[in-house]
Design a binder for this molecule. Structure first.
Ligand code: M6R
Length: 361
């Protein structure tokens, strides 16, 4: 079943170019979207996205897309907070629930809370027969195939792709995007499987870096913009399977507290493609280096050329259209966690204390 891989997680990381291409093919044809009819954002005043764990980080990335591509106000909540906070919801809004298993107890309870309060309950799930899928007005499968590893990998990138397609549709329905713009976005998405294959080719280099990371007690991940939630995801993945304490921060938050942690024993992983925010992130990175922090800069060729000097390590990613960087950079984040866990000899597919599907609160 592991198809020659040592772990399900390794297999599932490697499958991403193929499953992502399948998902894109399912939801678009000839440069146009083929989302189900119920997906029409006309008159929708807000999207509220609710999920747990990695699925929540996918929502946090998508918030940037809904706001920037579609100009649509967007909230993201943790399901266990949402359900008990009982927030007021607009009857013109959509509530979007994202879940690999479709059975996460808090996410399901949050969905039931939102029922009858919002215009539409939409879910983005992997398991199409799940409770969350069944109880939604519209359910969009992410088509990742069965995910066995407790650490979610291919479900995350497929969730992101489907959420990006929704943001494009919202942009069209709200008159923010022309058909031509949408076509250009879809053409960018179609580049991802190839770029992911390229990123997967960095595994040997990442495994070398991971051997060093495995010695650390604490690791920080930094990112800005839509790369901030990816920093959270990188930290979650690492702590889940390697048991190393890791935190993700928005780069700009560094000087508001976490910089106090920095010394030469704390690796700081900076997820920063050479985009409009790059210089800002680099200045945060330099603050880390000035305190002897060990920086691993994950960027593209240009980013590393401009800012790689003085870093502990650099990892050169292929160029990627700006908005899609969180999807592509998920691969090195996953591979770093995986190889660090291997170096530590932990149980990658069945980490201690964790279940694949959290059906109790
Ligand atoms: O099945 P779900 O997507 O609803 O699960 C949500 C979280 O429990 C899940 O993403 C968890 O955080 C993973 N173990 C992360 O790798």
């Amino acid at each position: 079943e592991k198809a020659g891989y040592k772990h399900f997680m390794a297999k599932e990381i490697a499958e991403q170019p193929v499953v992502l291409a399948d998902a894109l093919k399912h939801y678009s044809r000839d440069g146009a979207l083929t989302l189900p009819e119920g997906v029409d954002f006309t008159g929708v005043d807000r999207v509220t996205m609710v999920a747990c764990g990695t699925a929540n980080y996918a929502c946090q990335v998508a918030k940037y897309w809904f706001e920037q591509i579609a100009g649509l106000p967007c909230d993201v909540d943790i399901a266990s907070e949402f359900r008990y906070r009982e927030p007021p919801l607009s009857d013109r809004s959509w509530a979007v629930f994202v879940s690999q298993s479709g059975e996460t107890a808090d996410t399901l309870a949050a969905l039931r809370y939102a029922r009858d309060k919002v215009a539409r309950i939409v879910s983005v799930v992997n398991v199409t027969t799940s409770s969350i899928a069944r109880e939604s007005d519209v359910s969009l499968p992410i088509l990742a195939g069965v995910e066995v590893g407790v650490a979610s990998t291919k479900a995350f990138t497929c969730q992101l792709s489907v959420l990006m397609l929704l943001a494009i549709k919202a942009g069209l329905d709200r008159g923010r995007l022309t058909e031509e713009d949408a076509k250009a976005h879809l053409a960018d998405l179609a580049l991802l499987p190839g770029l992911m294959n390229h990123a997967l080719g960095l595994a040997a280099e990442i495994s070398g870096i991971a051997e060093k990371l495995a010695e650390a007690q604490d690791i920080l991940f930094l990112g800005r913009g839509a790369m901030f939630p990816l920093a959270l995801e990188g930290a979650l993945k690492l702590k889940e399977i390697s048991y190393i304490h890791a935190e993700g921060y928005a780069s700009g938050e560094l000087k508001h507290g976490p910089i106090a942690l920095i010394d030469n024993r704390v690796p700081v992983i900076v997820l920063a493609p050479h985009d409009a925010l790059f210089e800002k992130t680099v200045s945060n990175m330099q603050e880390v280096m000035a305190r002897n922090g060990q920086v691993l800069l994950i960027s593209d060729g240009e980013g590393i050329r401009v800012a790689g000097h003085g870093c502990w390590k650099t990892l050169a990613m292929p160029d990627v259209p700006d908005r899609l960087a969180p999807i592509l950079y998920a691969i090195p984040a996953q591979l770093l966690a995986y190889h660090t866990a291997i170096a530590k000899g932990t149980d990658v597919d069945q980490p201690r204390n964790l279940a694949k599907s959290v059906t109790v609160e």
